[in-house]
Structure formats: structure tokens, C-alpha cells
Write a protein that binds this ligand. Sequence first.
Ligand SMILES: NC(=O)c1ccc[n+]([C@@H]2O[C@H](COP(=O)([O-])OP(=O)(O)OC[C@H]3O[C@@H](n4cnc5c(N)ncnc54)[C@H](OP(=O)(O)O)[C@@H]3O)[C@@H](O)[C@H]2O)c1
Length: 365
Amino acid sequence: METIYAVALAVAFVLLMQKLIRFALADADLRLLAAGPAPKGTFNGKVVWITGASQGIGAVMAQKLSADGAKLILSARRLNELTRVAASCTGPHANDVSILTLDLSDTSQIPRSVELAQKAFDGQGIDYLIHNAAYARPKLPVEDFPEDLTKATFAVNVLGPIALTRAVLPGMLKRKTGHIVVLSSAAGKIPSPLQSVYAATKHAMQGYFRSLYFETHARGINVTIAVPGPIASRVGAGAPGSSPEASGANPAVHVADPTAPDVNANEYAEEEKGRMTVERCADLILAGTAHRLPEIWISNHPVLAFLYVAQWLPELGDLIAKRVGTSRVRRYRTGQKDSYSLAALLGFGKKKPEEAPRAEGRKAE
Ligand SMILES: NC(=O)c1ccc[n+]([C@@H]2O[C@H](COP(=O)([O-])OP(=O)(O)OC[C@H]3O[C@@H](n4cnc5c(N)ncnc54)[C@H](OP(=O)(O)O)[C@@H]3O)[C@@H](O)[C@H]2O)c1
């Protein structure tokens, strides 16, 4: 009998260790990793409309979807960058990628855009709508966050996507099929000190699209909410205004963002440490979409671990968030760079003497 207990204990220990090792190496939630990559051809012949496709994650998703055979509609405000992304697409439908410039903060543009999108590709209709666009994300303390920036962030991150969804949804419901993919953020699940407004918009998106999913899933609508942690979506971009070609980066993807505050390239490179690559992030989003997972977490540790803790041990999550909040404000006030290292997040390590508060915000997750 004792031997049976010992064997059972040993097996349980080995299984537990396996899980722990898998978790320690994970860069996404374990369900997404277990599902595996998107099967080849999942998006073949499907019409996919991506907002915010002129750079970053949106541009890389466009390239990957095109390579898989998708028919693309690309939206953002900058026509020249959309044209560059379209030109970088490969795949059987790469020659007729449809470009639709759209400013999401102006909802009056949406009805015409949706009409054009629905007519594209011989009126096939929209199979996938990917809400990827987002307003620039300065890091600022709550008391310094101006009202006009608050309104602008909600306009692009929440009101525009909701208006676009309401315009696209009737067509999907009529065809009894459609898949909406939403780029939320870890800031849409857990507190994000210094990014209160951005976090508020991402929480709003979670609430809206989870409700929409449970309201419409029986009528053929799928929703995948992607929850990325820090992603290196500006690696190789150089300082705003610099030429991506000159930096050797893929010109279709790494473009300077004129909406972003002026950031020194070296300083930004420092901030990129610990972030996931855009390519990996795009692969994981497309995998979660292909497997129709309703919510997917995509991040390196420690943010991934924090997502798990906040979900399953919320009181411990709050204790950690308090520590992170205090540490982030101190780093901001003393002019230290952002960092996603565990020590920096929790406020361990060397502390700089107090300095004058910084005036400018910075784009980062
Ligand atoms: N990067 C990260 O660390 C991270 C982490 C978690 C979640 N996310 C989310 O993932 C998504 C993509 O992130 P990213 O870093 O790749 O973004 P990004 O590089 O900042 O690009 C933002 C995109 O949104 C477009 N956009 C901005 N304002 C717009 C407007 N008024 N109307 C239409 N399009 C507009 C921009 O194009 P134009 O300037 O040409 O309009 C650009 O293509 C976002 O939703 C973001 O919140 C990112």
C-alpha cells in the first residue's frame, strides 16, 4: 500500500513540475499555447478588415494574414503608410488589398467606410473585423492627465470601434457568420498605474465585447479578445521622423508614429527590454482567432504571471498592484526609464534621488 502511495505522489510531483516548467517558459496563457499555431489556410479566401494597419501589430498581422491567403481591407489615417504595408503583403490576394483610410475619432466617416468595405471583393462581406487601432499611450499620473486627451483616447479606443462594430454587425448577422477580434491589453484586465485612461478604455472594450459575444454567439458571431502585455511594437522605428529604410528595418512595418511623443531612440531601446516581439504577438493573436478562443493572454513574465495572480488570487493581486503603483510613480517622478523587470516593477534595487517631475508623457504599454 505504501508503495502505491509513494508512486502516486511521485507521479503527481512530476506532473506538477511539468506544469510549473511549462508556465515558467510560457509567453501566453496555457490554453492558447496548448491550442497551437493557426492551422495553415485558416484565413484563405476570407475578408479581414484591420484597423490601425499602418504600423506595429496591425501591419504585421496584415502581412501574416495575406501570406495565409486572406483578402485584406486595411484602415488607419495615413494613406502612405497603409500603401507601404499593402505593398509588403504577399499571398494570392496581395495584388488587390483594399485600402480604406479612416479616422476612428470621426464616427461620421464610418457608414461610408462600411459601405465600401462591404462592396469590396465582389461584395463578399466581412468575415473578420480586427479592432487594432489605438490612440497614443502617454504615461502620466492621474492628476496630470488632461481632459482633451481623455476624450481623444476614448474616441479612438472605444467610441469609434463601437460605432464601427454596430455598422458591420448587421451584415455578419445576416450571413450568420462573423468574427470580431479586439486588441485589448493587460491594462484591460489589471490596474495599470500611470495609464489610467488607457486602462479605462481597454476595460470598456472588455465589457462591451464580452457582452456582445454572449448576446450574439448563438447567431454565428465569434469574438476573440486579445490581452497583450508589453510588446516591442516600436523596435527599429528610430526616433520619430527617421527613415525606417535607413535603420534597416522592414519599411512596411517599422514606421515612425507622428502621434507619439518625442522619444530618444536609445532610451526607447532600453524600454523595449522584456517586451515580446510584434511577430510573436501577431502569431499568437491569429492562433487564438483561428481556434476561436474568446479571450487570450499574450505576454512575457512577469506580466503574464501577474494576470494569473490577479484572476485567481485577487487579494494578492491588489497587494502587488499597490507596490507596482508606488514604484511606477516614484520612477516617473525621478526620471527613471520604464521597465518591466520584476525588480523595477516592485520597486526593488537602486533608487534615484528625487528630481523635478517630468513634463512629457511617453508612449508605451
Ligand atoms: N504595443 C504594446 O505594447 C501593446 C500592448 C497591449 C495592447 N496593445 C494594443 O494593441 C494594438 C496595437 O498596438 P501597437 O503598439 O501596434 O499600436 P501603434 O503602433 O501605436 O499603432 C496604432 C495604430 O492605430 C492607428 N490609429 C491611431 N489613431 C487612429 C485614428 N484616430 N483612427 C484610425 N486609426 C488610428 C495608427 O495609424 P495612423 O496613425 O496611420 O492613423 C496605427 O496604425 C492597440 O490596440 C494597443 O492598445 C499594444
